[in-house]
Write a protein that binds this ligand. Structure first.
Ligand code: UDP
Length: 457
């Protein structure tokens, strides 16, 4: 969803400016959730159509395989079906010949097919410009460093970016013996084969990385900053989602903390307890999107897990819901995030630092507590704290847990403390810059028009 949502927004924005026909081609794996994707795609205007490729079988993959390995395999095993689909589209008529293939971060293995069929290949980068700089450097660092990233004595200095401790580099890079590492290194090498990369960020948010990509000889494709592309947030006006907004209406401006770990982020049972007690102890108002905890030693994501189907309320500490009644609203698994962040009563966002969540918070001017879990989220947390000064990062103790006192402190400081006030000021400046970037003469609009013009020609 974190890739599909911004891609559909990109499609919408392209159609605002140019008459194009857009087809989404979506690889799937057995057991992966197709319904939420379908809901989004079915709501598209008629110039946008979608094709789900036949599900690939991942039953031979070990249960503990990394998320990245599963996604990469879903894509590579779908390549024959993708070739067939693209060949059919290309063969239909000259008029219908695709003018570009735009893939997401996991899509570069399909560039070979695009080349065979003579279709220019582009990437849509659903992560920050800083993360994109890191992707271009993965093959270089692979040659340079023998040790694990976390053991590097000095912070990693990516051109134009805030320095990052090796342990904060993206998760699939953290274990060189894991298949995910090899997969990511191989995939990163292919990024240079793209004709252009559209980035869901904007010049004014990340001037350093964009300048570095323009100047560095390590960056071959043309870079187009086109963000922030976030869901417009007009859906979900019914049911539980609507209840959240009604609930927010009853609370003072800037007083509610929104707590969510994205579409797939999960915590352990111990961590879930600490979070519940920390929120309770803080005495602050909150909306918490709670998901069932992951099993012992399992990863922080529920994209492919069985646990995500269990009722999350059953895992909350006894009596918790009663004790926070009136000032805390707990929602099961999914909430209308954009609508909540744009509501005046929301004063802070405790986030897992997924890039879409960050952009949504920037667009709505809501300061954050950074609680990164997986993927490139720790790197995003460094950008938010050391780079942009719009978030405070939670401290994880020696057992890998964020304790209730730490949570209590961070929440109070964000909603009513000096740190929160400073972050709020900073993020309201970024909010204005984001609106400007998307305005008719803004930097992202002109960049989008540049690439759209190439496709129309
Ligand atoms: N989202 C939402 N409601 C939820 C959880 C997530 O609407 O309860 C949306 C959120 O607004 C964002 C996307 O799902 O657009 C999550 O993307 P992100 O990059 O933040 O994290 P990911 O889920 O990919 O880790």
């Amino acid at each position: 969803m974190g890739h599909l949502i911004p891609l559909t927004e990109l499609a919408h924005r392209l159609l605002l400016h140019r008459r194009l026909f857009i087809t989404f081609i979506i690889p799937t794996a057995t057991g992966s959730p197709v319904k939420p994707q379908n809901d989004i795609l079915n709501a598209m205007p008629e110039n946008i159509s979608s094709i789900f490729l036949p599900p690939v079988d991942l039953n031979d993959i070990p249960e503990d395989a990394a998320l990245e390995t599963r996604i990469i395999l879903t894509l590579t095993r779908s390549l024959p079906a993708l070739r067939q689909t693209l060949t059919e589209l290309t063969g239909e008529s000259i008029r219908k010949r695709p003018s570009a293939l735009v893939v997401d971060l996991f899509g570069p293995p399909s560039f070979e097919i695009a080349k065979e069929l003579n279709i220019p290949a582009y990437l849509f980068c659903t992560v920050s410009a800083m993360s994109l700089v890191s992707i271009f450097h993965i093959p270089i660092f692979d040659q340079m460093y023998d040790c694990e990233y976390k053991d590097l004595p000095e912070p990693v200095r990516l051109p134009g970016c805030v320095p990052v401790h090796g342990a904060n580099m993206p998760e699939p890079l953290q274990d060189k013996k894991n298949d995910a590492y090899v997969g990511v290194v191989e995939s990163s090498k292919m990024f240079s084969l793209a004709k252009g990369v559209l980035v869901n960020s904007f010049l004014e948010l990340e001037p350093g990385p964009f300048k570095a990509m323009e100047e560095g000889d390590w960056c071959k494709p043309k870079i187009y900053p086109v963000g922030p592309l976030i869901r417009s947030g007009s859906e979900n006006q019914t049911g539980e989602g609507f209840e959240c907004l009604k609930w927010l209406d009853e609370h003072p401006v800037g007083s509610v903390l929104f707590v969510s770990f994205g579409s797939g982020g999960t915590l352990s049972q111990q961590q879930l307890d600490e979070l519940a007690f920390g929120l309770e102890q803080s005495g602050q108002r909150f909306i918490w999107v709670v998901k069932s905890p992951h099993g012992h030693g399992k990863s922080h994501t529920s994209y492919f897990s069985v646990e995500s189907h269990l009722d999350p309320f059953g895992f909350l500490p006894e009596g918790f819901l009663g004790r926070v009644e009136g000032r805390g609203l707990v929602v099961s698994s999914w909430a209308p995030q954009v609508e909540i962040l744009s509501h005046g009563s929301t004063g802070g966002f405790l986030t897992h630092c997924g890039w879409n969540s960050i952009l949504e918070s920037v667009v709505c001017g809501v300061p954050m507590i950074a609680w990164p879990l997986y993927a490139e989220q720790k790197m995003n947390a460094v950008l938010l704290t050391n780079g942009l000064g719009v978030a405070h990062r939670v401290e994880v103790d020696e057992n890998g847990v964020v304790g209730r006192d730490e949570i209590d402190k961070c929440v109070r400081s964000l909603i009513e403390g000096e740190d929160g006030r400073k972050s709020r000021l900073k993020i309201s400046e970024l909010k204005a810059l984001a609106a400007e970037a998307l305005s008719p003469d803004g930097s992202s609009t002109s960049s989008l028009l540049d690439v759209a013009q190439i496709w129309c020609n």
